[in-house]
Design a protein around this ligand. Structure first.
Ligand code: G6P
Length: 369
């Protein structure tokens, strides 16, 4: 087993560190920055359908559902198609309105999740076209879908999903650009620029991983925490949800992800000197607003850990701890911002003596309801 872990203490840590490669593998043969082209062989037969689609519905569970939320931002922003993201377990039981015009995207690492499969079966019965975004080649979901995109992250052993998430987000990013181009929603020069940036994201993930020692130091302060709040705006919101999920899955600390602006409608009541609040506070369109959210937490003596863009000064001046990630286009923020959150959860869980690869009560793949 030591050999399989490649010298890492846990599969989860190995998989976190594999992300520059797994994201690269997901893009391989699909991205052509010079000619401004994205090729997705698995769905190309459905190009015409995608060109004319009015609505895309994403169904998934757990971490894959969080990837779906990131996908919603990207597809709406670039392809200008309306997207709904649904928990598969809810969708399957609520007689959803689905027609033959709809495209349903099912996201699943394992390709075996029972609720996601049932959601697909229902949507198929109603005539929708189903795309699978899956990691395990030849698993059930790709088999029951009409078409799809494999994420090619390689086997994921740790129960808490890490590299499968970033690969799902990468696949959805490619899909967003692919649809944007099909529908004439993006200028060739913009696409060339974005694809060039995306192509470089594996190197930027590598740089984000270099913050590990500092993150470990920060983790020491939070091993005794009982609650933790994760806040972000825009596509930083699903990152906050995923960061909170990682922490609760492996460290058993209660954690919640929230859109930063919603804090005032509830979570702010919980804030005191015992409450760590983790902000996605990178330099993007919501930067100023996030800074004022941080000030609101500090005014109530909360402890702030902020994920910031390298070189940031404003947040550094008010937060208790900062973790830097490389600067990037806003489109790629989730791929970078999730890295320190994965590492932070990992270190806190290890310091608490938890079984990070096999947390209690959780399964890697949930094949029953
Ligand atoms: C389980 C796993 C999660 C995963 C979820 C959905 O809860 O522990 O890591 O996100 O199932 O699994 P899927 O294979 O469909 O992505």
């Amino acid at each position: 087993e030591m050999l399989e872990k490649g010298g890492y203490d846990h599969f989860m840590l190995k998989e976190i560190y594999e992300q520059p490669r797994s994201v690269r593998d997901c893009m391989r043969g699909r991205i052509y920055p010079d000619s401004g082209e994205v090729q997705l062989g698995g769905i190309k037969e459905y190009a015409e359908k995608l060109k004319n689609v009015d609505r895309i519905i994403i169904v998934a569970c757990g971490t894959s559902w969080h990837a779906g939320l990131v996908g919603e931002y990207l597809i709406e922003e670039y392809a200008r198609v309306s997207v709904e993201v649904e928990y598969a377990s809810e969708f399957r039981y609520r007689n959803p309105i689905i027609t033959e015009k709809d495209i349903v995207i099912a996201i699943s690492q394992s390709g075996e999740t029972a609720d996601t499969m049932a959601a697909i079966t229902l949507a198929k019965e109603k005539g929708a076209t189903i795309f699978g975004i899956c990691n395990v080649v030849g698993s059930s979901i790709p088999r029951i879908s009409h078409a799809g995109v494999y994420t090619h992250a390689g086997p994921e052993i740790g129960v808490a999903s890490t590299k499968a998430f970033t690969a799902q987000v990468t696949a959805l990013t490619l899909l967003a650009f692919y649809i944007a181009k099909l529908r004439g929603q993006i200028k060739r020069s913009d696409l060339t620029y974005l694809l060039t940036e995306l192509n470089n994201i594996p190197n930027e993930i590598q740089k984000a991983l270099a913050a590990n020692d500092g993150i470990k130091q920060i983790a020491h302060h939070f091993t005794g925490s009982r609650n933790c709040l994760f806040l972000g705006r825009g596509s930083g919101f699903p990152v906050a949800l995923e960061g909170a999920l990682k922490l609760k899955e492996i460290s058993y600390i209660h954690a919640e992800g929230y859109p930063a602006a919603e804090m005032k409608h509830g979570p702010i009541a919980l804030i005191d000197e015992e409450m760590p609040v983790i902000f996605i506070a990178t330099k993007n369109s919501s930067y100023e607003k996030v800074i004022s959210n941080i000030q609101e937490v500090k005014a109530r003596k909360g402890v702030v850990i902020a994920i910031v863009t390298k070189g940031d000064k404003h947040v550094k001046a008010i937060a208790d701890y900062v973790i830097e990630i490389p600067e990037s286009n806003e489109a790629f923020l989730p791929l970078l911002a999730i890295i320190p959150l994965q590492l932070l959860s990992y270190h806190i869980a290890v310091m608490r003596g938890c079984n990070v690869d096999q947390p209690r009560n959780l399964a890697k793949s949930v094949t029953v309801e």
